[in-house]
Design a protein. Sequence first.
Lengths: 180, 86
Amino acid sequence: MKSSHRSILSRLDDTVRWTGIPARVADEMSDAPLIDRKHRPLRWIPIWPIAFSCALFILSLTWPSALDLGRLYVVIVALQVTQLALVPAFHMNGPLGKPSLEDDEREAALRKDSFLFCLGLLAWLNCLGQPILLILSQLQNWQTVHSVSVAISALMLNATLFASLPTLYASWNLRQLPKE
Amino acid sequence: MSLHNRISVFRAERGISRRQLAEAVGVNNQTIGYLERGDYKPSLELALKIARHFGVAVEMLFSFDRFEPIAMTLERAQEKVNEVQS
């Protein structure tokens, strides 16, 4: 089929294939993987996207005029979207990166604890944060642009936390084993 | 409550590696490492599998109390033998 006649869904499938992640998961789940990949604890790398998203969220709250500058805002959002696309790549190399079907009981427990911690923290932050944002917007008479920029940065922060926190939690819970 | 184990002692005595034990009981070899160090408490199923692999009762491998040193166990066993002989 010519590329001009392909549907949006098929183009999206191609984009996902282009990342290499589906091929990698299929290889890891095969009986004879081509590459023996190590899933190492990543204790520091996931902190960077979280810090970047937190900084942007705080900036959008405290200094809205900085984000009103059209081009700068577009660049920042583009950077965040790129970062969100890259986060799964380091997740794949982390302790939770291998297919869950291959988990033994310790790994399954670690995966469960990591996602429970992440979802619990996100639920708590959102339950607490949403009323605070609502009250702030009323008290400070936020303009629509300000409200939208805060909402977008909050969404990005949520997505970054969801993508990075489980890897971070699992990595800090794994202590280095001495070699045999 | 902490759970003590003697997996490394039995493994050393039988001369098997972590990887061999892990393959025999169907877990990742890192899991055996974490078990030996006391960082992970096994399920009943895994504890029984390890005990069956070594051919001993599960109480010989896992305990809520600290295991006494092997030297002391041997000493007491020798004392009992001496008592029986005398």
